[in-house]
Design a protein around this ligand. Sequence first.
Ligand code: SF4
Length: 447
Amino acid sequence: MSTQKPPFNDNRRFLANETDNPLHEAFDHKMTVHAMPKGESIRPEKLPGLWADVMSAKDGSPIRTIYIHIPFCEGHCLFCGFYQNAYRLDLAEQYVEALIREMELTAGTSFINARPFQAVYFGGGTPTALPAESLTRLVSTVKTLFPLSNDCEITLEGRIYNFAKEKIEAALSAGINRFSLGVQTFDTRIRKRLGRREPRKKVIKTLTYLRDLGKAVAIIDLIYGLPDQSLEIWEDDIRTFLSLELDGCDLYQLSIFRGGLLEKSVAKGSLPRPATLKEQADYYVRGVELMEAAHYRRISMTHWARMSRERSLYNLFSRGRGDCVPLGSGAGGWLRNYFFFVEGDLKDYFSAIKAGRKPLSFGVKRPQRDFLFRDISYQMELGYCDLEELSKRHDLDLLTILRPIISQWEKVDLIKLTDGCLYLTRPGEFWAVNLAQMLIDRIQKDQ
Ligand code: SF4
């Protein structure tokens, strides 16, 4: 029996549904994470050697970030797929010691010292759950051990609960210059049902305090499509944000994680159903309209800034070609030709650190043409993809390869093509991750 590759022009799986309503119906499913190519896994026994090779290199991308993961939360929010461990003071203290040891094991190498880092991001989990003293120690240790640029953006992610004056002051004194706080909705009733403890009044009070201090950028996350969140409540969430005059905001679509607490709660009837995909599309459009009417600057498909003070460097750089040094249990980042993931199981993480080893549990080799795929993902997050320019930069005729599918997308009104550059229409913006992933998959199909 002879085997044949599918015909070169078999592009059916990359086409949108033929519809007059692309916002609601262009695709049957929506992708919400970042678009990325398929890469080859690295066998665990090879990880230490590859890490050592990278750390002994004397160069790398001029764009460099550090991601530090704090894998604890004071409560499990029903909508969240990132929960790892319940916060306990003794465990958190043990973790901070181990994390500082990991920083010491990582710093001082040729690669780390080669160039300054432009962004440091404390993410989680809930970094703001840590005691003030631990936050101070962690930020000071990063500043001491790693070369940071003079304008380095140092972000502390977290939530309003247990984040009061003393902790805010400690974080600011240590050098945090950007706060990214998960609010999700200002509606007290919905907040409580989803596991967010603080009422609207307290959320507004903390945010107003941060704004009035004026010492650091303050941005928040809001989510649309939550159970019981009508379009009016969503509009009120955005208008409340606008009235606070913070520095920026992310407007995220609710993701329902399979087997997660939200899905289970809806199934057993303890929570009403969240918005359908079509309703989410309408919420998305309303969100964009309100932000545009308030003259906010769009930094990515989801992120908006009031003034140039908000840069969102870590988020932008991590989608592009930059190197990212991962630190902490559950952290991950691309470094030169590999993606490294730090052990997510706390016990294994602690034992590796005790043995003086970088706790790596998983790795991926950069696929062929990965820099092209990163350029596509980065540009699509900004609402365009300059295929003509990328063809020259990567020596590949992208317009010829992609023409059959992008012509159909243009017909369905997901994109506009001008001088070899693809621009997302409003419906196209809503489906941006699907479109970016399809561009990548279609190119990768021929490799
Ligand atoms: S939303 Fe934040 S605080 Fe809530 S469970 Fe997820 S990571 Fe933890």
